[in-house]
Design a protein around this ligand. Structure first.
Ligand code: FMN
Length: 204
């Protein structure tokens, strides 16, 4: 089958896009409002987009509180979502008013970041402290502005809980990431395997 996303003519009850582009990492974004209220929410249109400098991005469907706070303060933290944090993570996706802290709603403990003002989730295995590099209001193929905002951050400090360092590596198996699929689905676990990338000079 084929369908045209703009016509929504797939005939399914739910849009399959997020099930096709999956699994997606979850950026659990903590910010501070202009008046100092701690905000946190999950974003799965999230990824690392560069190293040297280390850069991450996420996309907000509309100018949600996280995006607005980042626009106002220029800082955010991406908290790693491990299995033990899943329920609290989803709790923080609640559409709380701007002046309500999801940290309190989800009874999340937090810990001060090293470089930026927003705190990180205390229990998280890892967190990326970011400074805003750019906010882009995304355009469609016709060049028209959409109601989607791409927030790009430079990672200025990386936190790793020492318990999750094994043999000089961030221990992903121990950190037990939870990823987002489509619909209401999430994924945990999965087998790791290593593969070396071919190099033209060595392998041809
Ligand atoms: C796992 C998960 C992933 C989500 N990903 C996104 C996303 O990529 N973009 C978005 O706009 N909303 C996303 N949401 C919804 C937001 O978390 C939700 O709208 C939240 O209330 C936004 O909070 P804020 O206004 O404090 O930023 C996601 C929700 C969940 C549970």
């Amino acid at each position: 089958m084929h369908y045209a996303p703009d016509k929504r003519d797939h005939g399914f009850k739910h849009d399959p896009l997020k099930a096709i582009v999956a699994p997606r990492p979850i950026g659990w974004i903590s910010t501070l409002s202009k008046s100092g209220i701690a905000n946190i929410a999950p974003y799965s249109f999230f990824n690392a987009i560069a190293s040297s400098p280390d850069m991450v991005c996420f996309s907000s469907g509309g100018m949600k509180d996280s995006a607005q706070n980042i626009k106002d303060t220029g800082e955010f933290v991406c908290n790693y979502v491990s299995q033990s944090l899943t329920q609290k993570m989803v709790h923080t996706s609640i559409d709380a008013p701007h002046d309500v802290s999801e940290f309190e709603l989800a009874e999340l403990e937090f810990e001060a970041s090293k470089v930026v003002a927003p705190a990180r989730v205390k229990e998280t295995p890892a967190a990326l402290e970011c400074k805003l590099a750019d906010i882009i209001q995304v355009k469609n193929a016709a060049g028209e502005l959409t109601n989607n905002f791409l927030i790009i951050g430079e990672v200025v400090s990386v936190y790793i809980n020492d318990d999750f360092i094994t043999d000089g590596r961030f221990d992903v198996e121990k950190a037990e990431p939870v990823t987002r699929l489509g619909y209401l689905d999430y994924q945990k676990g999965g087998e790791l395997f290593e593969m070396r990338r071919p190099l033209w000079k060595a392998d041809k």
